[in-house]
Design a protein around this ligand. Structure first.
Ligand code: BES
Ligand code: MN
Ligand code: ZN
Length: 473
């Protein structure tokens, strides 16, 4: 699918289909279309569509009218409309499409170009089924009406969609395919494709570095653990932005075994890893003047005769000791060693993203990511990037009072803080390893995938992270 800008009247476009937007309270500029809207009693509700064939005065054979709700064109309705458009275009097998220009409340034209390319490309994502061939894309080119000829934003939107598609693909793969080794191979092929620096540490390397906290999670699994680093260098030797992604390719809970219902969804416990790989893909495609490093600690969390047991004490790479009170609080055990390891990159900032706690779903549901940080400017920048990419984060507190809940009689800290404020105590645990740099944590347990009939990965927070990185240029 290719995107371009086109400076022509909708009536003169001679491709397959023209897409136009309609408000419930304003007349449409083209009288023929206005008549057909009335004839069909089309109410222009947000997300509704009307397909018109052979409209007088139009060179294209088909016109799709998209409902945008009330007069103000909101960003949310724009995304809704574009998503359904993709479905209709595929059904009517349109190859070349023109989309009418539209002003969105609170955003500029560049934003709407970037979002259009991202949403339309992303709507074409298809779950790769084992043993089933992927369908070929129907839509070949989409031209967006504009008097501007700078298509840079379309490239960005397309790159973000391709990062999201990688993240969704990795998330949706079953854990018998998407293992830590598979994630390492994925990183290596990204490195080849985009000329990035890649390093993969094996179990023995990590053991030498003293990463016994990370290794305590993987030791009950037959799958070897990996620590992946991947760097994009676009700005000489400037300090890099470092993104760390939790890569638990399956979280059974370990000896503190999870209940059976819905346990399949713990294949998604590597969505933090998937999102930083996706962000790297987007950035490597856009090629901005910035340095970005991603680090992925990846393991499988399984019960076994040689697995960690509740009450075991381990020493992390930082030297701090941890009493593993619950083997299901494993994300923080792998992240803490990765967060110590990243100091070697002399990071400008460190942002980790992790499906860390069920508690964040109780607190925020499935709309916002949970955000916690040791630096308010960084938190504010991430909130802003979330708003402009429509991939939002909501900040939770990180006061010392919460940190006290991690007290242990047998080590420097326990790995759980009890029933209250589970997302915050998890972040307090991580904060003990991030004192030497500006750091933020995104808990994406509620936003990385959807359950139920439409079960699947969302590709979040690739848009937020990519936007944040681009905002730093
Ligand atoms: N991967 C889970 C968090 C999770 C749970 C994400 C449900 C999405 C849906 C994490 O490793 C975990 O098990 N966390 C525990 C922590 C608890 C033992 C302190 C949790 O949230 O129950
Ligand atoms: Mn767990
Ligand atoms: Zn987990």
């Amino acid at each position: 699918m290719e995107f371009s800008l086109i400076n022509t009247q909708i009536q003169n476009f001679d491709g397959d289909c023209v897409v136009v937007f309609s408000n419930s309270e304003a007349d449409f500029a083209d009288a023929n279309i206005q008549n057909l809207i009335e004839l069909n009693h089309f109410e222009s509700k947000a997300g509704s569509t009307l397909l018109l064939n052979l409209v007088d005065g139009f060179k294209a054979k088909q016109v799709i009218v998209l409902g945008m709700g009330d007069v103000a064109n909101t960003a949310k309705n724009y995304i809704k409309a574009l998503t359904v458009t993709s479905g209709v275009l595929n059904t009517i097998k349109s190859k070349s499409v023109m989309i009418e220009a539209l002003e969105i409340e609170g955003f500029d034209e560049k934003w709407s170009h970037r979002i259009a390319a991202r949403v339309l490309q992303n709507a074409n994502y298809e779950i790769e089924k084992v043993g089933v061939e992927q369908k070929i894309e129907v839509i070949e080119n989409i031209a967006i009406q504009s008097s501007n000829d700078n298509a840079h934003e379309l490239t960005q939107g397309h790159a973000i969609a391709s990062g999201m598609s990688l993240a969704r693909h990795l998330g949706d793969l079953p854990s018998n395919i998407c293992t830590p080794t598979f994630l390492a191979d994925t990183a290596q092929s990204l490195a080849k494709e985009f000329n990035l620096e890649c390093e993969v540490l094996e179990e023995a390397d990590m053991s030498k570095l003293g990463m016994d906290s990370l290794l305590s999670v993987s030791k009950g699994s037959i799958e070897p653990p990996k620590l992946i680093s991947l760097s994009y260098v676009g700005n000489g030797d400037a300090k890099p932005i470092v993104l760390v992604g939790k890569g638990v390719t399956f979280d059974s809970g370990g000896i503190s075994l999870k209940p059976g219902a819905g346990m399949d969804e713990m294949k998604y416990d590597m969505c933090g890893a998937a999102s930083v790989l996706g962000t790297m893909r987007a950035i490597a495609q856009i090629q901005p003047k910035i340095n970005l490093t991603i680090v992925v600690p990846t393991v499988e969390n399984m019960p076994a005769h040689n697995a960690s047991k509740p009450g075991d004490v381990v020493t992390s790479m930082s030297g701090q000791t941890i009493e593993i009170l619950n083997t299901d609080a494993e994300g923080r055990l792998i992240l803490c060693d990765a967060l110590t390891y990243v100091e070697k990159f002399n990071p400008k900032v460190v942002i980790d993203t992790a499906t860390l706690t069920g508690a964040v779903i109780v607190a925020l549901g499935k709309h916002h990511c949970g955000l916690m940080a040791n630096d308010q400017d960084l938190a504010d920048d991430l909130i802003a990037a979330g708003k402009s990419s429509l991939d939002t984060a909501w900040q939770l507190p990180l006061d010392d009072e919460y940190d006290e809940l991690l007290k242990s009689n047998f080590a420097d800290m326990g790995n759980i803080g009890g029933r209250e404020a589970g997302s915050v105590t998890a972040a307090c645990f991580l904060a003990r390893y991030t004192q030497n740099y500006r750091w933020a944590h995104l808990d994406i347990a509620g936003t990385a995938w959807v359950s139920g009939a439409k079960k699947g990965a969302t590709g979040r927070p690739v848009p937020l992270l990519t936007q944040y990185v681009l905002d730093q240029i």
